[in-house]
Design a protein around this ligand. Structure first.
Ligand SMILES: Nc1ncnc2c1ncn2[C@@H]1O[C@H](COP(=O)(O)OP(=O)(O)OP(=O)(O)O)[C@@H](O)[C@H]1O
Ligand SMILES: [Mg+2]
Length: 500
């Protein structure tokens, strides 16, 4: 039987970048096929070719043994291919039902047949076991539910070949489990699944086979059972990784950031804690526990309603990010796509954005030589994959865009750095570099507050860890006392509240 999908000598060139170079491998029906590789390895580009969004500059695709040439996404859909991107392509203002049948709404006498539409939508959602009212506006659903609608939509169009690009990066644990159940169900029905993720645990839990790309080239395709995590990492990054956390204890200053009775949106009760200069203070919790909200309050992005924040005994009385940055308090947000990058500017401009604003406020002109040198230094430090610092940031791969945003804050004189999920979407090799930078910042006396949902990460980088639960700090643990079990137990909602 021919493979469900075959990439045959696929290449893709962009000006100055060879994103894919002679990639060939096969994906079988009834199997979940992982696609892994470092940031910029070419994974998303391959999926865009599969979706018909890009025409490859060389090579071809075959479905069920028949060569295909997609001239657009409609061709791919007609051939039974659906690609589910991280940024979902649904319309938030329309209902779930309308989104499901967008472009082919059931009609009666030339007008949309509402009843037929609702009925068909309900059936389609039932098929994937989702209990969503088809009349709900899509914008009201959680990210996880939207993803389910996207999958239902793919099935509505009879997709037999479904590709996912980092689908779990914004999902809660429960949503991830639902998604996996559905993906396994699709496998049982004989679909071929292509699955891109940086999360090793997911890959080993879910997938049957694995293809590794490095620098746009195919490294290997193998049964997952024949591989260990170490070999996968080694083949992805082309070298052996030592202990990536690079942790070393540091002397802790007796001053730092002190938060007293902080109140504001997202917090359930007045919140107090202190983090020393030179300390790495981890914030662990489940999605929705209030960690990002806390960071936004500390940064002045959401105004606090009461409470006091001091840094080295000086009160930080700001209520805007501008003043926070001026006081050396910076936030690297979780959703860098939305809050971080300016897509139409270059890597250089995105790196220097904040330094530029600071100079402008001080009445100084742009210092071009310094900006050039700074952008070069940051891209080298973070190993950003880009042909030059003049490249538009939107042409960089997802993970590399994130590195640029981190570089922006490393260009600034900071006292407190607030990092919200700093390694989300970043490959294993680059994660190690980010941990090293975090350690360096702390050694230089910066107070680092890191939000992370990944247990090994929060345990690996932090000196102390605060566990947040339902808008409160449930406990603060020393590194030596913290274990995965303890953190999880503290993070889970209390039984009594679950029952009510
Ligand atoms: N439209 C474009 N113009 C120029 N270069 C591009 C374009 N799209 C992608 N690239 C480049 O192609 C390479 C592969 O990018 P791609 O997005 O496929 O990587 P990826 O493996 O998905 O990485 P990540 O894990 O960071 O998402 C990168 O070097 C990227 O900068
Ligand atoms: Mg990508």
């Amino acid at each position: 039987m021919p493979p469900a999908l075959a990439f045959e000598h696929v290449s893709m060139a962009f000006p100055g970048v060879k994103a894919l170079d002679d990639v060939s491998f096969e994906v079988r029906a009834g199997s979940i096929h992982a696609l892994m590789g470092e940031n910029g390895a070419g994974k998303s580009t391959l999926l865009k070719i599969l979706s018909g969004a890009y025409l490859p500059s060389g090579g071809s695709l075959a479905i069920d043994g028949h060569p295909v040439a997609f001239r657009g996404t409609a061709d791919a859909l007609a051939a039974g291919v659906a690609v589910i991107y991280q940024e979902l392509h649904l319309v938030p203002e329309m209902s779930v039902a309308e989104n499901l049948f967008l472009g082919h709404l059931p009609q009666k006498f030339g007008i949309v047949d509402r009843r037929a539409l609702a009925e068909a939508a309900r059936r389609q959602l039932e098929l994937i076991g989702e209990d969503i009212d088809p009349a709900t506006k899509l914008g009201q659903l959680s990210l996880g539910q939207r993803q389910m609608v996207e999958i239902a939509k793919a099935l509505t169009r009879g997709a037999r070949l479904i590709a996912f690009d980092e689908p779990t990066s914004s999902l809660s644990d429960r949503e991830v489990r639902r998604l996996f159940t559905i993906i396994r169900e699709l496998r049982t029905r004989g679909c071929a699944i292509l699955y891109v993720s940086h999360r090793m645990e997911e890959i080993f839990a879910l997938c049957d086979r694995l293809t590794i790309l490095r620098d746009g080239r195919h490294v290997e395709t193998a049964e997952l059972a024949s591989l260990t995590r170490d070999t996968v990492v080694q083949r992805m990054v082309g070298r052996k990784l030592a202990d990536i956390y690079n942790y070393a204890p540091r002397p802790r200053a007796d001053t730092g950031l002190v938060v007293e009775n902080l109140c504001g949106p997202g917090l359930a009760e007045p919140l107090s804690f202190a983090a020393a200069a030179g300390e790495i203070f981890g914030l662990f919790g489940l999605i929705g526990a209030g960690r990002s909200e806390l960071l936004k309050l500390l940064f002045g992005a959401t105004p606090k309603t009461s409470g006091r924040i001091t840094l080295a005994h000086r009160e930080l009385a700001f209520n805007s990010p501008r003043d926070a940055i001026a006081a050396g308090v910076v936030l690297c947000p979780e959703d860098r796509k939305k809050e971080g990058i300016i897509p139409i500017l270059s890597v250089l401009e995105n790196t220097n954005l904040s330094a530029r604003r600071r100079r402008a406020r001080a009445g100084l002109f742009i210092n071009e030589a310094w900006e050039q040198a700074n952008a070069r230094e940051r891209t080298a430090q973070l190993r950003v994959k880009t042909p030059s610092v003049l490249q538009l940031i939107r042409h960089l791969s997802g993970g590399n865009q994130q590195k640029v945003i981190l570089g922006r804050w490393l260009s600034e004189p900071v006292n407190v750095i607030l990092l919200d999920e700093p390694t989300r979407g970043i490959d294993v090799g680059a994660k190690g570099e980010i941990y090293t930078i975090i350690q360096d910042l702390a050694r230089r006396g910066v107070c680092v507050i890191v939000v992370s949902s990944e247990l090994p990460e929060v345990l690996g980088v932090s000196d102390r860890i605060a566990v947040m639960r339902q808008g409160k700090i449930a406990a603060i643990l020393d590194r030596a006392d913290a274990t995965e079990e303890k953190l999880l137990t503290l993070a889970l909602p209390l039984e009594s509240t679950l029952a009510s």
